[in-house]
Design a binder for this molecule. Structure first.
Ligand SMILES: Nc1nc2c(c(=O)[nH]1)N[C@H]1C(S)=C(S)[C@@H](COP(=O)(O)O)O[C@H]1N2
Ligand SMILES: [Mo]
Length: 170
């Protein structure tokens, strides 16, 4: 009996440690200060132009290498965000807007409207649709996004994107 209980304990421990930290998503919403909230499914992502991307070394805040992503293909975030209209009376106030990207584990990152549409950085942000020979449907990081030109690439290597909230500073 004692052995059985010990075995049960070990079994449960293994099951817990084998559990993935990822909760894949098959769509993300764009909501907040937009004229029409919208949901982008994997099928909808397929309608955008897919581009091959250079390999990206993922470093954490300290510059320590955490991962290397190769065989990357992706869809430009700017192409996706270009399809929505902001709740803004004049282009002048676009500079007050920013986008909050929220993952299933509530990890969040921010890009400002200007960063995306008015700097080179905006050309380097992608929803990743293929990595290391895997299509997005097979990736546990689904739906992943990345900014390839960040100094420390880890911070904005966001996994399991769930929604994009469009906000405006007060
Ligand atoms: N969904 C989600 N994405 C995330 C994080 C997270 O906690 N949740 N951590 C970020 C940080 S701070 C780093 S450094 C990178 C690399 O983390 P990893 O080595 O666990 O992949 O993932 C980023 N993307
Ligand atoms: Mo990090």
């Amino acid at each position: 009996m004692k052995q059985l209980i010990i075995l049960l304990f070990i079994g449960t421990g293994l099951a817990v440690s084998a559990q993935s930290k990822f909760t894949p998503t098959d769509q993300f919403s764009i909501e907040g200060k937009v004229q029409h909230p919208i949901v982008f499914t994997l099928a909808a992502l397929d309608t955008f132009k897919m581009k091959s991307l250079p390999d990206v070394v993922i470093t954490n805040h300290a510059g320590v290498v955490k991962n290397k992503l190769s065989g990357l293909k992706g869809v430009s975030l700017k192409d996706i965000l270009s399809t929505i209209s902001l709740q803004a009376d004049s282009p002048r106030v676009f500079s007050e807007f920013y986008f909050v990207f929220v993952a299933t584990d509530n990890y969040k990152i921010v890009f400002s409207w200007n960063e995306i549409f008015n700097t080179e950085t905006g050309n380097n942000i992608f929803i990743v649709t293929e990595e290391g020979g895997k299509k997005i449907k097979e990736m546990e990081t689904r739906i992943p996004m990345i900014c390839t030109s960040d100094f420390k690439t880890g911070r904005r290597d966001l996994k399991n994107l769930q929604k994009i909230i469009v906000e405006r500073v007060n």
